[in-house]
Design a protein around this ligand. Structure first.
Ligand SMILES: C[S@@+](CC[C@H](N)C(=O)[O-])C[C@H]1O[C@@H](n2cnc3c(N)ncnc32)[C@H](O)[C@@H]1O
Length: 205
């Protein structure tokens, strides 16, 4: 059922720019997980709705999600990107240059949580897409860095449906722990939406 809905929505989603399609092709060919166009469009809408200018990404990969944020900020954004893999930074910068994106991209290589703990806010959006075992530790980091009314957005919260299983492996348990903790956290008002692999949108109160 879930796959059928995803296939349907993907089939009617409008085409992207040539560079975005190239990035999607690279992800497909190399089995690299990106948010894809369904979630990318949601990121664009969320950033537009909250008038975002300052955005922090935890786990940027080669820049596909940041590309959507950059479109929403109409070139006036300051996007701090993080990733543990230096080759992703080179690839992202190459795509952004060729696409002529105008945002200010500050791409930092290293552990996303360690980098974020040293940053000063406030950010309008913190987007969370690191390895799932690290998810529970991102809540305090996002709460500190977001302005009031800012958005904490997290991908993969349904984790291919595995969060529903009774017996959970360690990674699934971390996603489940994160989901429950975020819903209960009075610093945020949260909804988890079943878009693609599940996207959490939490408003910093
Ligand atoms: C799912 S991909 C990100 C995709 C990107 N957000 C997009 O949709 O275009 C996750 C990325 O986070 C990086 N990553 C995972 N855990 C990390 C961590 N703790 N610190 C820094 N980078 C991390 C991986 O190297 C990988 O490139």
């Amino acid at each position: 059922m879930f796959k059928k809905v995803h296939t349907y929505l993907s089939s009617i989603t409008p085409e992207r720019s040539p560079i975005m399609r190239e990035m999607e092709g690279y992800a497909r060919e190399n089995n690299f997980p990106i948010v894809g166009p369904l979630v990318g469009r949601l990121l664009y809408q969320l950033a537009t709705l909250n008038g975002a200018r300052t955005i922090l990404e935890l786990g940027s990969g080669f820049g596909y999600s940041a590309y959507w944020f950059s479109l929403a900020t109409k070139g006036r954004g300051h996007i701090t990107m993080t990733d543990g893999d230096r080759t992703n930074k080179r690839r992202a910068i190459d795509y952004f240059k060729r696409a002529g994106l105008q945002s200010h991209f500050d791409y930092r290589v290293g552990d996303a949580l360690r980098i974020a703990r040293r940053l000063r806010g406030p950010f309008d959006i913190v987007f969370n897409d690191i390895d799932k075992d690290g998810y529970p530790d991102t809540i305090d980091v996002a709460a500190r860095l977001l302005r009031k009314g800012g958005l904490f957005v997290t991908d993969n919260l349904i984790w291919s449906g595995r969060v529903c299983d009774k017996k959970k492996d360690a990674t699934t348990a971390a996603v489940d722990t994160f989901n429950r903790a975020l819903y209960q956290d009075s610093r945020f008002f949260t909804t988890i939406m079943p878009v693609r692999d599940g996207v959490g949108v939490a408003i910093r109160q």
